[in-house]
Design a protein around this ligand. Sequence first.
Ligand code: FEO
Ligand code: CA
Ligand code: CA
Ligand code: CA
Length: 596
Amino acid sequence: MIAARLSRRDLMRGLVAVSVAAEAVWSEALAAAEAADGAAQVPSPFDFPELDVAPASETHHVAEGYDADILIRWGDAVLPGAPPFEPGRPDPAAQTKQFGYNNDFLGFLPLDGRPDHGLLVVNHEYTNGELMFPGLGGRSDRDGGFASVTREIVDAEMMAHGGAVLEVRREGGKWHVVPDSKYARRITAETEMTISGPAAGHHRMRTAADPTGTRVRGMLNNCAGGITPWGTWLTCEENFNGYFWSKAAAEPLTPEARALRRYGAPAEWYAWGRFHDRFDTLKEPNEPNRFGWVVEIDPFDPASTPVKRTALGRFKHEGAGNVVNGDGRFVIYQGDDEQFDYVYRFVTDGKVDPASREANRDLLDSGVLSVARFHADGTGEWLPLVHGRPNKDGQVWLTEAYGFKDQGDVLIHTRLAADLLGATKMDRPEDIDVNPKTGKVYLALTNNTKRKADRTDAANPRASNAFGHIIEIIPSDGDHAADTFSWNILIQCGSPAIAEVGATFNPATTENGWFGMPDNFAVDADGRLWVTTDGNSPRKTGRADGVWAIETEGPRRGASRCFFQVPVGAEMCGPCFTPDLETFFVAVQHPGETEL
Ligand code: FEO
Ligand code: CA
Ligand code: CA
Ligand code: CA
């Protein structure tokens, strides 16, 4: 994880840029005229010196005028008594006190309102055995029976999952993790959690270890997330299917096996099922149903029990971008990251109480989950996933006749329910975030090379979509709880220099400024979109993954600029500003993992 801090020199540069713009009498009229003439002529108040993109490098790079420092790495101490890191040696007990890795989401929660002192919450998405334990081989090498995987290796992998709460502080211009903080916490694949909401206690959630269906150990493959206005951390379980044995559990095609298959489970990416019966679906068929949820964690209380909020649905959650609606209800936008899967929205029944943290404790347990349908005319609708409710044509899909006895079934098998309603199959929905300035909602579609020409649609218009795109969703009348929305494509990604790619960056974008595979977002206080990418490489785009900053309004809408690049084989994640916009935290995920 890297904190890039604006230097004083750069702040000066920013002020200079703003004053130049003012001298140019940058009025609405001029801007409109310039838009007609070509956006490249319009001076921008958003004027950091663009980074020259590189195809591959052993280290990270940040735009000139910014400092980038490493804050914490895999194996560094999180809890008191953490032993020194010994790379290559599986040590589950040590790993429970040490930082995990493959960090996707970063959230900063100020302490005492301070921008230079707060809690940083971080997920630990997954482990790469081949990078952790030299000689072990990759996941696919282990398909033959995981012959060389020991109990210690499995347990070390389990302890490297989950997440961490860190207390961080900036002193003398540098950020550091506060040692032995009273807030410090490690959450692992064994941490006790509760299950709440409509699917809690459901017969499909019960196991031998938990006959109540209300308690579960651990969270798996947590990817991106969100921070609530009441100061909790939403962390989202994504590819939970990979942890379960055995593929034989998906045969024959019973209703349970059909549901497992819809989630790609069991995928056998890890050997956990050899040593822990709950990860063997033949022995514990309901355990996969207890993963794939959004988990709410109170980072201010390290003794608090994380809660899986089932009302938000079960799928391969990317993140939980959110907004307090004008009427006070809380709205969470969610992507299901799979080729041809869906975009969801959850609206609480109750309103956020800004005066009482306690009053919001279980706000996320009741509300309406909906899935998006994008129409070709630039409108769209949210289809409610509510048991027994007729759609606008009077048809009732979510009933026992179609396999849904109750709302618990709808939520546990969210993907199957969304299939029935006719939601739009998207090109891998990743982050979805709200612009605090305009209320517009941005949706990252990373890519989908499996989309054939005869399966394109207005919202996913490119066959074999290798580079992805960004959709802008505009809630009707500014109401994030409305049944309808309008939408457009902000950018089709890829190289603008290759006509067949069909990229649509603003022409002001330079050769450094374009990118492919948008993944995570941060929107700054001025409404600009900061995009981190997953999948750029020398072979695919001639550039490493990184951070690109995009203007979202005005004549330079869609103009993009490179700010930061990761080391080779890494993916860029976790964009997160401190409230004073002085610091930008990012996460460098799995350096060395992917091919060039
Ligand atoms: Fe963990 Fe969809 O990225
Ligand atoms: Ca992602
Ligand atoms: Ca990713
Ligand atoms: Ca990843």
